[in-house]
Design a protein around this ligand. Structure first.
Ligand SMILES: Nc1ncnc2c1ncn2[C@@H]1O[C@H](COP(=O)(O)OP(=O)(O)OP(=O)(O)O)[C@@H](O)[C@H]1O
Ligand SMILES: [Mg+2]
Length: 324
């Protein structure tokens, strides 16, 4: 694993020096990574007595019938049926115009690139890779600095995975300070991760949003909190992650995170994930910064590099996603 990362860094170095000597604009490519794999416990536990994802569930009505008023049978039916959970419509038209990958579009290149990126992630997550990866279905997208394309990568990967036949995706806005993912998806006012962390009586199912794409669910950031780092590092977060990792064994939980070198939140989160996707902005992210970010990661994690905004043509050995 380390050697493939080193190879990628080495390649970035070479590309960079080539660019500088030739006076051309940056063209860099990080290759390989995410080659090691994992095994999600095939007999993952399921949680019983929980609400179903569509918001329906069984409500226990604790009323003493002997003293109660005459029973209204319509009210009983109403009390036993929670309202259908609303579907949050994502504005894919606007996202598509802004260059994001959207469902049912003809963005063949972009879609092929994300197919290449997601393949090893899925294999690791579902135990089809070379070696088991603990919590392989928990994947974090981060980068060294702001603006390198973490949220862009997370949304595109999310959409790409949602088109898989046998897996579902939960996109989590783990950048709780900026909450760009929630904003882009029109969910900035919804309760989310921070609310559940703050109030342990809240059920995760209550804040996970369904979308018009049945396999794509969203966990928004929720409301802002001044102690967000502490909340992300808390025991409650550990419980939430365990629940997320085990509740649906066929689900990838993909976190959009803040940058590694500009915040403490990302570092806290990486330790609890199975796979890390490190976004590198072609021609911009200094190689030293990539090295520094990777040095902060647990070497036992599966780490993949995604080269964003590259102008080189992508092939099976490259991750890249922009043709300017
Ligand atoms: N490959 C790309 N092609 C086109 N636009 C891109 C690409 N990658 C990122 N962008 C655009 O660049 C801007 C920054 O990207 P994004 O918000 O994903 O970065 P980020 O790393 O999440 O930033 P932050 O650290 O602030 O959260 C956005 O406007 C996004 O739409
Ligand atoms: Mg972002």
């Amino acid at each position: 694993m380390v050697s493939s990362i080193e190879k990628a860094i080495d390649r970035l170095n070479k590309e960079r020096s080539r660019d500088q000597s030739g006076g051309t604009e940056q063209i860099a490519a990080a290759d390989e990574a995410l080659v090691e794999s994992d095994n999600v416990d095939a007999e993952s536990k399921s949680i019983t007595g929980e609400k179903t994802e569509d918001g329906k569930g069984v409500v226990a009505v604790n009323q003493d019938v002997s003293t109660a008023n005459p029973i209204d049978s319509d009210a009983i039916v109403a009390a036993h049926e929670l309202p259908e959970k609303e579907i949050c419509e994502i504005d894919f038209e606007t996202l598509g115009k802004a260059g994001y990958l959207v469902p049912n579009s003809d963005q063949q290149r972009l879609s092929e690139e994300y197919r290449i990126i997601k393949r090893p992630l899925l294999m690791n997550a579902f135990g089809k890779g070379a070696a088991p990866v603990e919590r392989g279905n928990l994947v974090l997208v981060t980068s060294s600095f702001p603006g390198e394309g973490k949220t862009y990568t997370a949304i595109n990967l999310g959409v790409s995975i949602a088109t898989e036949l046998d897996s579902t995706i939960l996109l989590v806005d783990g950048d709780v300070l900026k909450s760009s993912l929630s904003k882009l998806l029109g969910m900035e006012d919804k309760p989310g991760l921070i609310d559940v962390l703050e109030d342990p009586t809240m059920d995760l199912g209550d804040v996970i949003q369904s979308t018009q794409v049945p396999k794509l669910k969203i966990l928004p950031a929720g409301r802002r909190h001044q102690n967000s780092t502490e909340l992300l590092a808390s025991e409650s977060m550990e419980k939430i992650l365990t629940e997320l990792a085990e509740r649906y064994p066929d689900r990838i939980v993909l976190f959009d995170a803040p940058p590694m070198l500009a915040t403490t939140e990302a570092g806290v989160l990486t330790y609890r994930m199975g796979q890390i996707v490190m976004v590198v902005e072609a021609g911009k992210t200094p190689v030293d910064a990539v090295n520094e970010s990777i040095a902060q990661l647990d070497p036992n994690k599966v780490i993949g590099l995604v080269l964003n905004k590259s102008r080189v043509k992508s092939g099976h050995k490259y991750y890249g996603s922009y043709y300017g």
